[in-house]
Design a protein around this ligand. Structure first.
Ligand code: SF4
Ligand code: SF4
Length: 451
């Protein structure tokens, strides 16, 4: 595809601004009614979904140059898809994020790529991970887990760990809890160890398509070698890559992709999730918590199943190829949370396909840090407004960004408390009545390790 191939999307924009808000029928308060972090933060139409389409059309028509300021507008975007869903709910049916992706690919071609994004891609090419940490250390976390080596042994489930979970010690408890959940299925679970590589999603979102293709081919080969009948992930970025971007870009894993929240929800439904974490010595009662849940964009609206392309007029487009967000994974993580002892579950106002983004996506955590943290802080405010003492989510990138935002709030003198936690770790804590693995405040994040 090319930027030119989305001309009809640009020309089809009616300037209705529905892409700036969650749908009218969903709005319960003005305070939590916006959906686009970019126009919210920059407060100027050009930064909205519609505005970006206008800028792209102006470039195609020769009324504007594709210059640094145009690139700034396309990069000031978390690629969250909120605008895309808003437009489709109102049946305007414009493919905004696909258009933005092509604009970013054009920015890379023209030499406007962000330095941080170039570094990210360089890291991936050198060490197979986004942080540039040694590839030989990718599986160090698994030293005591006895997971099977999927490179040499037949497995039922190939667990793709992902870059952040592999290297980020601060999220080790969530990762180890995910492993326990996978083991509870009774299937043979393995990983690719140090042969595992990045899914390529973060580079693709920044406009570097070839990384997705190269890492995609590698992943396809490793799945075939493993003999697995399922790929399991605990990272939402990896889920969105494998479930949508890979098939859309011709990378057929040949097996279904399941997020850990889906697997945990099935175990919770048949009563066996408790077996993953109950111990003979667990005597403490589950800590009472008020928990709210943040929908990661790539497990939700941007992680919908790929249903093929439709080349006809958009008015005839079948619902399952419209990508209006309804096919995201929203119920499974909520079912897990509601099943846990001690948990009172409350919802925020912007949820499911109308969720507010965590701010980490689209290369913003790397290239637009203050914007990224502002977006995460806004979500923490929304979570706090529910009265929750715990914000659970199912993506390590969201956990990282929310944690950074909370640290910034504390540095600014705001000491309101909310615990940020992945759902696997929360399940372990609530069921076991104790912290299953000690978390130390000095745990190394991958950003610290890379510097
Ligand atoms: S909702 Fe769609 S048609 Fe309306 S302004 Fe946004 S992109 Fe344009
Ligand atoms: S993808 Fe998200 S941040 Fe970017 S324009 Fe759309 S709603 Fe705004």
């Amino acid at each position: 595809m090319s930027l030119e191939s989305y001309r009809c999307d640009m020309e089809g924009c009616s300037r209705c601004s529905s892409c700036k808000w969650i749908p009218l029928a969903q709005i319960r308060s003005q305070r939590w009614s916006q959906v686009c972090p970019s126009v919210w933060h920059n407060d100027f139409h050009a930064y909205s979904g519609s505005g970006k389409l206008n800028v792209a059309l102006s470039i195609l028509d020769g009324r504007s140059d594709f210059d640094e300021s145009a690139a700034d507008i396309f990069y000031a975007c978390t690629m969250c898809g909120g605008c895309d869903v808003g437009c489709k709910v109102y049946r305007n049916d414009i493919d905004l994020t696909d258009t933005f992706h092509e604009a970013r690919a054009r920015a890379v071609e023209l030499g406007f790529a962000r330095l941080e994004h170039l570094q990210l891609v360089e890291n991936m090419r050198a060490e197979n991970n986004v942080f540039g940490l040694p590839r030989d250390e990718r599986a160090d976390w698994a030293a005591d887990t006895s997971l099977l080596d999927a490179n040499s042994e037949q497995v039922d489930i190939l667990f793709h760990v992902g870059c952040r979970f592999s290297y980020d010690e601060s999220q080790r408890d969530d990762l180890l809890a995910a492993v326990e959940i996978l083991r509870t299925t009774g299937k043979r679970v393995g990983t690719s160890g140090t042969a595992e590589a990045c899914c390529g999603q973060r580079a693709y979102e920044c406009g570097f398509d070839s990384e997705l293709h190269n890492f995609g081919d590698d992943m396809v080969n490793r799945v075939r070698t493993s003999g697995a009948s399922m790929v399991a992930v605990a990272c939402s970025d990896c889920f969105g890559a494998f479930n949508y971007l890979y098939p859309r870009n011709g990378k057929d894993l040949g097996v279904p992709v399941r997020h850990i929240s889906e697997i945990a929800a099935e175990l919770a439904a048949d009563g066996s999730l408790v077996g993953a974490f109950s111990t003979p010595n667990a005597t403490a009662a589950a800590r009472p918590r008020v928990v709210t849940y943040h929908d990661p964009c790539h497990l939700g609206r941007r992680g919908e199943d790929y249903a093929g392309e439709f080349d006809g007029p958009k008015i005839d487009r079948p619902d399952n190829t419209r990508r209006d967000g309804r096919g995201g994974r929203y119920d499974a993580p909520r079912d897990v949370l509601k099943s846990l002892p001690g948990v009172t579950f409350v919802e925020m106002q912007r949820v499911r396909e109308f969720s507010w983004c965590c701010g980490a996506g689209g290369g913003c955590a790397e290239g637009s840090e203050s914007f990224s943290i502002a977006v995460a802080t806004e979500r923490l405010e929304e979570a706090l407004s529910t009265g929750a003492d715990t914000l659970a989510t199912s993506c390590p990138w969201c956990v990282t960004n929310f944690t950074s935002a909370r640290e910034q709030m504390r540095a600014d003198g705001d000491h309101r408390e909310i615990e940020i936690i992945g759902i696997s770790e929360l399940a372990a804590r609530q069921i076991s009545g104790e912290v299953p693995v000690t978390i130390t405040t000095t745990a190394t994040t991958c950003e610290e390790a890379a510097t």
